[in-house]
Every structure is written in C-alpha cells, then in structure tokens.
Design a protein around this ligand. Structure first.
Ligand code: GLV
Ligand code: MN
Ligand code: MN
Length: 426
C-alpha cells in the first residue's frame, strides 16, 4: 500500500490565492465562467500547473485536463477535479476545493515519482454553476454540443454563450468537439464541500456520496399588458408580475404533492418595462427544481408548466415555458465508493454515506467512468453565499482521503471492474 499525504500548507495557500480572484464588493466571490475573473483564475491555475511541470490540455469549452508529461493516457487515467467558477457573490470552496485538491494530489504523485498502473489526472470543468447550461463543461465531455445547441445557450445577463466563448478566445468549431468516449477514463473521484448541515450535525469527517439529485429548470414568462399605473383600474389590468407571484405561491404545494424530496426555487425575476409607474407588461422568471427520482422530476416539470398556463389563462395573460436541459439523478459507483470508504478507514477518519442535493460534474462523469464523490463538512451548512466555509482540518482530511483513494484506484489496490452508468443503463 502506498502511503502519501498532501502538502496541507501548499493546498491552503492555493485556496487562499484563488479566493482572492473575483472578490465581490458584497464580500463573496463572483467568477462567472468565461468572464474576466474566471479568465484571471484560469491564468493563475495554469501558472500553478506550469510551476509543477505539469501539462495542461484545454478543450473547446475551456475544460482543463492536467497530466504529467509522461502520461500518454494508456492505460486509461484515474481522474479527479471540480470547477473554479462560482455563483454571483458565492463562497471560496464550492468547486475550488475539489479542483485544487486534485491538483495537489497530482503534484504529490508527480514529485514523489510513485509507480502507478494508471496515470492520475486533474480536471477543471467549465461553467459548473450553469450560467449558460447545467454543468456545461462536463456535459460537453459526456455528450458534446452541436453548433446550433451552443448558439441557443445564453447567460443570466442575456449574453450568448457563443459570444462569451469568442470573446474569451475560443474556437467555436473546437467547442463542438469536446466529447469523450465512455470507458476512456478508468475512474473519476470528486472532492467537494457538503453544502448542507448534516455532516457537521453528526460530527462526521468524510461523506461517501451515494447519489446525486436530478436537476431541471425553466425560463418562464408571463405576458400581459403594460399600462398606466395611475389610470388603469385594477379590474382592467393584465399585470404580469401579479400573475408571476400567484404562480410562485403555488409551486411549493405542487412540489410537495408530487414528491417530499423535491425542491423548487425562483432565483431570478425581472419585469418589462421596469418602471415604478407602469403596470408590468412582461415578467421573466427562472426556475430551478430538483428531485432524486427521474420520473418525479419529469412530473414536476409537467405540473409546473401546467400551473403557469392555468394562472395565465385565468388572468387573461399568456405564459411561455422554455425548459432547460434536464440532468438525470445518478447513483454513484459502488466500487469507487468502497475505495473512498477504505481510504477514510485507513486514515482513521469517521465516515457516513450521504446523498447529494447539489448538482455536480460527477453526475455527467458517471456516464463516462465509474465515479464517486467525497464530501467534507460545511460550517453551519452554508453554501452559495460568502459565509460558505469548512475548517482547515476537515479540508486536509478530505484532500488526504482523495489522494489515498486516487492512489488505491491508480495502483489497482482498489479494483474497479464495473462499467460506468452508460453501460449499466444499456
Ligand atoms: C451547483 O452548485 C448546484 O447544485 O446548483
Ligand atoms: Mn460545486
Ligand atoms: Mn455551486
């Protein structure tokens, strides 16, 4: 058995350095994929890789794959990684931890020159936070995007993905050539903060993630009529914002009737025209909804769309419903989970099985390679906000559990024989 530990000081310095890029005035971090702060973060990351003598391949959607120069990809590599983009005014660990711990693991492996049966690679995925599309970068690896599909994707500011890619120096033809063959990766492991309160409440150091929730969403519009706020009687209005508000009030009840595990969120709302003395003619909203069960996720989508249409009809408005692509819930791979559990036990760390209610690139990687995830506790369960944090002790434990897991997989001490999901699903 190979025993190796990460360099905790170097990992901490990296986490602090990356956290200084994209600081927002509101106290958190704003690094939207392909924006200026993301470009600086990528530059910083590439410099860390160069400093460590590692080679980086960047695909047409900005996914970065880091390897030792001697790594030819045969036999198939064991990969680990996460993302360095953030939500607006987000925290410093969501994605950053898994990206930097994977880099640290690869650095430790390279500098000690250990003999492995499979090379180890570190990955950084683009736009995990889905400004342009749910788990955009890993979806590009899993199924790729056609030019037309890329042209249809736009961000929260209304900007088009293709324009953002071109402005950031990407080639749009390359952006359609990101697909990776299922089976070309031996195994994939992602370290991440839990982003919820359970592990801290139980005092557990390592979470062995059992499954990842299914993701769906939509852009909804209520189209009524813009009118004078002073002269139009209340009975004669087609107020789009009032329709939107009635619709939003219905969502928790509809969700609960379909599934006790479902969650639904409207995180963005805007009206046209936006003026204090004009009845809103159009209301635009985004929905994010999730469920661990694929059939129920589809039922939720159908029920929410029907509710939007019913509210609009009752009020004499129109509703339009533009669905986002849905990402299936996935079970994580039993053999890779077993490797994580054994690594935690070997390090003397307490562990628990835990499902993920957050989305992760691992849910796309699971279709390409046997995949599992490691969680570490989040202080007060906070995430997607500036208060997001994890103790340095837990970070070190998680990174050591990741390194031990990668080594066990790469030396084949932990055998992975089962196929990725794509083969299980047939
Ligand atoms: C990703 O962080 C998500 O779950 O939205
Ligand atoms: Mn994340
Ligand atoms: Mn996130």
């Amino acid at each position: 058995m190979v025993t190796l530990r990460i360099n905790a000081e170097r990992l901490r310095a990296d986490i602090e350095a990356l956290a200084s890029i994209g600081r927002s005035p509101a106290g958190g971090i704003s690094r939207t994929s392909f924006g200026p702060a993301d470009a600086l973060a990528r530059e910083w990351y590439l410099a860390r890789c160069a400093e460590a003598g590692l080679t980086v391949d960047v695909d047409g959607l900005g996914n970065m794959v880091v390897r030792a120069p001697s790594d030819t990809g045969r036999p198939a590599p064991v990969c680990s990684g996460s993302h360095i983009d953030t939500v607006p005014n987000g925290g410093r660990l969501d994605g950053a931890l898994g990206s930097l711990a994977a880099l640290e693991a690869l650095r430790r492996i390279s500098e000690t020159g250990i003999e492995l049966a499979h090379p180890v690679r570190a990955l950084v995925f683009s736009d995990e936070e889905g400004n342009y599309g749910h788990l955009l970068g890993s979806a590009g690896l899993r199924h790729g995007y056609g030019r037309k599909q890329l042209e249809e994707l736009s961000g929260r500011d209304g900007d088009r993905l293709v324009d953002a890619l071109v402005a950031a120096g990407y080639d749009l033809d390359e952006a359609t050539r990101t697909r990776v063959e299922a089976g070309s990766i031996h195994a994939f492991v992602e370290l991440h903060i839990e982003q919820g309160p359970i592990m801290e409440e139980r005092g557990t150091e390592i979470g062995v993630v059992t499954s990842i929730v299914g993701l769906a969403g939509a852009r909804v519009e209520f189209i009524g009529s813009a009118d004078h706020a002073g002269t139009t009687p209340l009975t004669r209005r087609k107020d789009a914002l009032l329709a939107a508000s009635e619709f939003l009030q219905l969502l928790p009840g509809i969700a609960h009737d379909i599934s006790e595990a479902a969650v639904v969120t409207c995180g963005m709302i805007s009206v046209d025209p936006a003026s204090q003395n004009v009845v809103p003619g159009v209301a635009h909203l985004t929905l994010d909804f999730r469920d661990p069960d694929w059939d129920r996720l589809q039922q939720l989508a159908a029920a929410f769309e029907q509710a939007a249409r019913d509210v609009a009809r009752r009020r004499g408005l129109h509703a339009s419903w533009r669905p986002d692509s849905m990402v299936e819930p996935v079970p994580l791979h039993p053999e890779v989970r077993a490797a994580i559990a054994a690594a935690a036990d070997g390090l003397g760390l307490s562990r628990m099985d835990i499902p993920s209610g957050a989305g992760h690139d691992s849910q796309n990687m699971a279709w390409l390679a046997p995949t599992a995830m490691i969680f570490v506790p989040s202080i007060n369960g906070k995430s997607h906000c500036p208060e997001e944090d994890t103790s340095w002790h837990d970070i070190e434990n998680g990174a050591n559990a990741l390194l031990a897991t990668l080594l066990a997989l790469a030396t084949e001490e932990a055998p992975v024989t089962g196929p990725p999901l794509v083969a299980i699903a047939g």
